[in-house]
Design a protein around this ligand. Structure first.
Ligand code: 5AD
Ligand code: SF4
Ligand code: FES
Length: 364
């Protein structure tokens, strides 16, 4: 019914074709990977961009049903890094030519938190003369807050939609106004309107999710004209409500293989976006991130969070790099990217080509 060679020569897919591609395994899956690798090389080159990841606080006011640092998990040792230690990590990224950083934390909307980020952005701009790409990943916020941070130099924002199907979203989150799908979508739209390079993503093979949902997620990224995507496998965490479903889920290896298919298909559908090799891939396969790089991902986020705090930022089980420091992750990833056959784009911010083209169109 489906002719793989023909389908792989297309740039767009129907929902049925997407579901067929998502389920590929074995030799056919390898053909999908090969095609995605060719598209990657042609459009964005065999290049990987580094984004130094600083998980600067695990204090979160939300209760996503899958996440290890949800507010209701009282086993977590909560922290907010001192501004100085965040700035040390920023300097490390700058000095080592990472050219961009990601500031990630649990979600808070209080003034203290917002002002903390305001001040931080001012200091970061001083340290790096505005040369670092700055991505924020601190969840849903008011439009004026997003605007303020953009004006202070943050130029990228990651806000995963987690599930583009509202019904599924509502099964993965508590049923209250703090966890509203509509607000999340509105936030993503606002970010895009303000002018951020806008990134989103989903969890793959989460409880209640079916292949149809993943096909819709891919169509959602395309319809939304998203600039960057970070997506990885769902991995259960014992101290979360969704843990009880882990026996009904596909095996970890199956979740991993579906995740690779998602990345490869998306690279073919949206050849100029930035796609991250999610850390969660490496929680399943020791070379999971390298595999993702080989078949379409072009961004990796070396962890530069101070070592002392890494063990307290456990969103899911088996998270890698919790015993290492920034230097070790750097050496490790240099070797890994080399093994994957890519070149590291030292000193290049690596703005999403898709974003640059979107902005050009906006001006015309
Ligand atoms: N498994 C996989 N990914 C998870 N995240 C949170 N909890 C889990 C989990 N159990 C992801 C979410 C969130 C990102 C920071 O981490 O997609 O957006
Ligand atoms: Fe908080 Fe994000 Fe975890 Fe949800 S996924 S509980 S918002 S840190
Ligand atoms: Fe952190 Fe390998 S990337 S130890």
């Amino acid at each position: 019914m489906f002719n793989l060679t023909e389908i792989l020569n297309q740039a767009e897919f129907t929902k049925e074709e997407l579901m067929y591609l998502l389920a590929l395994r074995g030799d056919e899956q390898r053909k999908l990977f090969l095609r995605a690798a060719i598209i990657k090389e042609k459009f964005v080159g065999k290049k990987t961009y580094f984004r130094g990841l600083i998980e600067f606080s695990n204090i979160c006011h939300k209760n996503c049903l899958y996440c290890g640092i949800r507010a209701a998990n009282n086993k977590v040792n909560r922290y907010l890094l001192q501004k100085d230690s965040i700035l040390e990590a920023v300097k490390f990224a700058y000095n080592n030519k990472y050219a961009s950083i990601v500031l990630q934390a649990g979600e808070r909307e209080d003034d203290e938190f917002i002002n903390f980020i305001n001040d931080l952005l001012v200091d970061i701009a001083k340290i790096c003369n505005g040369e670092l790409g700055i991505t924020l990943s601190v969840g849903e916020q008011k439009t004026e807050v997003y605007k303020k941070w953009f004006d202070l130099g943050a130029n990228r924002y990651l806000l995963r939609i987690e599930a583009s199907n509202k019904d599924l979203y509502e099964k993965l989150h508590p049923n209250n106004s703090k966890h509203s799908f509509d607000r999340r979508l509105a936030c993503l739209k606002n970010l895009q309107k303000i002018g951020y390079q806008t990134g989103t993503g989903v969890m793959i093979s989460s409880p209640y999710q079916i292949l149809n949902d993943l096909a819709d997620d891919l169509l959602f990224f395309k319809a939304f004209d998203i600039d960057m995507v970070g997506m990885g496998p769902f991995i259960e965490h014992e101290q979360t409500p969704l843990f009880k479903h882990c026996k009904e889920l596909p095996s970890l290896n199956e979740r991993f293989l579906t995740s690779l298919n998602m990345i490869a298909i998306l690279r073919i559908m949206m050849p100029e976006i930035n796609i991250a090799a999610a850390t969660a891939l490496q929680a399943i396969d020791p070379v999971g991130r390298e595999k993702a790089i080989q078949l379409g991902a072009n961004v990796i986020m070396p962890n530069i969070t101070p070592s002392l705090n890494r063990k307290d930022y456990l969103l899911y089980e088996n998270k890698p790099c919790t015993d290492e420091g920034a230097d070790e992750c750097l050496d490790c990833l240099v070797a890994r990217i080399d093994m994957a056959g890519d070149e590291i784009a030292w000193g290049e911010q690596g703005n999403s080509l898709h974003y640059q083209n979107r902005m050009k169109k906006r001006k015309e």
